[in-house]
Design a protein around this ligand. Structure first.
Ligand code: NAD
Length: 365
């Protein structure tokens, strides 16, 4: 009798429901540390040991020890790496594809819709000086500081004020949801995404431009790209230098999409007005990071822009758990990220249920 072996490398299911579901289906679980910001083991080697002989790896984003080729190679049975979240930059997807392993992710609306709402909140917090006015009242005992003027964001019919220019980089799920939510404000929206058709720009009321134009014209630049070789440090010194001195940058995608060092220097020199960041090159953000010393020029959030009561990772955990069970039965689940591997995977595992006849008979009995 063969039990399926599942390594939960970065557990985030506080209810334990998904663990129970896997166990009830006949999976032996190896559960990593609940705090996935700290290393699961001392090294990649430790993770590889925990993954030995596993049929599936599942978990949330793992900042400390990405899922490398070495970890994958520690089990020739490995069928699937299932992420609770949208991003898969912590998995060596090329290696998985090469090895014939499925990588699935969880683009649930509770996650990406939450990022869109949180991004707009961050943008408005900076533009409307929400923190500064609150602090002025509480800390100075004063009433109004007339220096604390906000920015009128939308357009106005009454005096022809055009509103700000919102620049969206990456018009995928999150970028287009932001456009949809902001459209009624009547501001001008421009976007850069070489991989979506013109019709999508038209659908969401966004004018297609190239990246330099977006950087030069926008009052708010907001980043919603996947992190890959092409987008790593896509916003660095030269790009920041193209932005208006009054503009702000919002990054809720991945820390490495922005060259953090260049951003800090740009902010210190006052070459742009501010930045709102939910993601960082290294997480958790180091205590000594210069970003923590930039006061109101930065609005920082601990990579939890999409964490909301009653939503958060829950739906993603359910998807990932179903994906694991599906792959263990020898079926291709939804939300496969590396679709190019499917044919090869089917020839390796297609129709091959991990639970042998004896096990199934026992479960049925
Ligand atoms: P998506 O795949 O729907 O959209 C990404 C878009 O980026 C696509 O339209 C793609 O064409 C575009 N793109 C790719 N390369 C580009 C390039 N070089 N220049 C411009 N555009 C490019 O993904 P999504 O669901 O909108 O999520 C976007 C990113 O947000 C994710 O990859 C993830 O890293 C991040 N995210 C962060 C959090 C968080 O908690 N902060 C949560 C969810 C997702």
């Amino acid at each position: 009798m063969k039990e399926a072996k599942v390594f939960i490398f970065a557990p985030a299911d506080t209810t334990g429901e998904s663990h129970k579901m896997l166990e009830d289906s006949g999976c032996e679980l190896i559960v990593g540390k609940a705090n996935w910001d700290t290393p699961q083991g001392d090294s990649e080697l430790e993770m590889a040991k925990m993954a030995e002989g596993c049929d599936a790896l599942v978990g949330t984003s793992i900042r400390s020890t990405p899922i490398t080729q070495k970890i994958m190679q520690s089990s020739k049975n490995l069928r699937i790496i299932a992420k609770y979240t949208i991003g898969v930059d912590d998995v060596d997807v090329d290696a998985a594809t090469e090895l014939g392993i499925l990588v699935t992710h969880g683009p649930t609306e509770s996650n990406w819709g939450g990022v869109a709402e949180g991004t707009i909140t961050a943008m408005l917090t900076l533009l409307k000086k929400v923190r500064e006015r609150d602090r002025y009242l509480k800390e100075t005992g004063g009433w109004r500081d007339m220096q604390l003027q906000g920015t009128y964001v939308g357009s106005r019919a009454s005096d022809g004020y055009p509103g700000i220019v919102l620049g969206i980089i990456g018009l995928g799920r999150i970028g287009s949801r932001i456009a949809m939510l902001m459209r009624p404000w009547g501001m001008k929206m421009i976007g850069y995404d070489p991989y979506v058709p013109d019709s999508k720009f038209e659908e969401f009321g966004v004018r297609r431009v190239d990246l330099p134009t977006l950087l030069r014209e926008s009052d708010v630049v907001t980043l919603h790209v996947v992190l890959n070789k092409e987008t790593r440090h896509m916003i660095s010194g030269p790009q920041l230098a193209m932005m208006k001195p009054t503009a702000i940058l919002v990054n809720t995608s991945r820390g490495f999409c922005v060259d953090e060092r260049a951003l800090i220097e740009t902010l210190q020199k006052g070459q742009i007005a501010g930045a709102a960041l939910d993601v960082f090159e290294h997480e958790p953000l180091a205590l000594e990071s210069r970003l923590r010393k930039l006061g109101d020029k930065v609005l920082l959030s601990p990579h939890m822009v999409s964490s909301n009561l009653g939503s958060g990772l829950g739906p993603g955990i359910r998807w990932a758990t179903q994906s694991v069970l599906c792959a263990l039965r020898g079926e291709v689940p939804d939300n496969v990220y590396n679709k190019e591997v499917i044919e090869r995977w089917e020839s390796r595992f297609g129709g091959k249920n991990v639970w042998d006849a004896e096990r199934q008979a026992r479960v049925r009995a």
